[in-house]
Design a protein around this ligand. Sequence first.
Ligand code: SF4
Ligand code: SF4
Length: 130
Amino acid sequence: MTYSITNQCIECDRCLSACPTGAIQKTDQRYEIDPTRCNNCVGHYAIAQCWSACPTNHGCIPGITTVFNSSIGLTGSQDYWEQWFTTYNRMISRLHGVKHSEYWNDWFDGYAQRISNLLQAEHQAIGTEA
Ligand code: SF4
Ligand code: SF4
């Protein structure tokens, strides 16, 4: 999740020009951040410009995932679960390269299959939401 605008916004317009990606829009007297355009200012600034420009301090706030990611050392557009599956797949491919018993082969294959099924179900759920 990216930054978002709260009901503490006083409509000062400062974040509109501060955003480097044009993610902030004003619609029907409301300010909104387009999550597909907001990249948390990665590659532009070290801190989110909407948050730093906001005079209320609480008009633009980081989303929960952004806070969580930074608390575990991930930055910008890195996602916790993306990172988790990358690490998992790397470990599984290493383990598959090591000679081990049939029991562990079956265990890892079964586990990998379950993860794959979960991912497929999640992708399908996202597809039906869209
Ligand atoms: S975090 Fe940066 S890119 Fe995202 S809305 Fe705020 S200013 Fe724009
Ligand atoms: S900078 Fe803060 S108060 Fe001003 S328009 Fe943006 S969210 Fe609202």
